[in-house]
Ligand binder design. Structure first.
Ligand code: ZN
Length: 235
């Protein structure tokens, strides 16, 4: 089953424009230019780990994209404002991070709309990037996201940081990682491993860090008719 999902993901990645589905950035490496990758941080904001990560990113001059959970963002609005003020990008990771297989398309899309509205209220910016929990989608959920003008963002590099027993395991993974231009790395800022990952990445590799919008053409118009936001009552 997972092989079939992987095959479908690969097929969709080839067929769909990256304004609809982004699984990695441009592979083309420019001679004498550093490799450019994107760091993404899911499941925050977290009151302890997110500020620490933001400090480390600021010290290293690294920008990333934070896929935040709406109900956590509502609890820590100051962190959402800081993420934006520090020059990072915000993405939508639904309101409750509910289990995809138990979540209807209507509820899922309502959660995305509600989180989008909160991010807009807190930062004054419209959020057009959505990462579904676990990367799991159905056709109905995908079509609904595209009607909401959302780019579905997945990843191609997954250290599975949340399964690592300690920060040493994270350091070790980074030492073995061979970055390629366009990599989208999946990390989580609701625990301490993301901090170690960033510190080690900057120490080990001469990299450039893109936000995801750097890799999307912002002027591209959506190919599906745009509807009013559908905000279901998901609280
Ligand atoms: Zn998640």
């Amino acid at each position: 089953m997972s092989q079939l999902r992987q095959l479908l993901k690969s097929a969709f990645t080839v067929v769909l424009p990256k304004s609809l589905l982004l699984t990695r950035g441009p592979r083309l490496a420019i001679a004498d230019e550093p490799i450019e990758i994107a760091l993404t941080f899911d499941d925050g904001p977290h009151p302890e780990h997110t500020p620490r990560l933001l400090d480390v990113l600021a010290n290293a001059g690294v920008r990333g994209t934070f896929f935040v959970i709406g109900e956590r963002a509502e609890q820590h609005p100051e962190l959402i404002r800081r993420i934006a003020d520090d020059g990072h990008e915000l993405g939508n990771h639904t309101w409750t991070h509910s289990e995809p297989s138990l979540t209807s398309a209507v509820r899922f899309l309502g959660e995305v709309a509600l989180t989008r509205r909160l991010i807009q209220d807190l930062t004054g910016r419209d959020c057009r990037l959505t990462r579904p929990p676990k990367g799991a989608l159905t056709i109905g959920k995908s079509l609904g996201l595209w009607r909401q003008q959302q780019t579905v963002v997945l990843w191609n590099i997954d250290p599975k940081d949340f399964t690592m027993p300690d920060t040493d395991a994270m350091s070790q993974w980074i030492r073995g990682y061979r970055p390629q231009s366009g990599d989208i790395v999946l990390l989580h800022d609701n625990h301490s491993r993301a901090v170690i990952a960033v510190e080690q990445l900057v120490e080990d590799h001469a990299l450039r860090f893109a936000t995801l919008s750097n890799w999307l053409r912002p002027t591209e118009s959506p190919p599906f008719p745009v509807r009013e936001l559908e905000v279901a009552d998901v609280r």
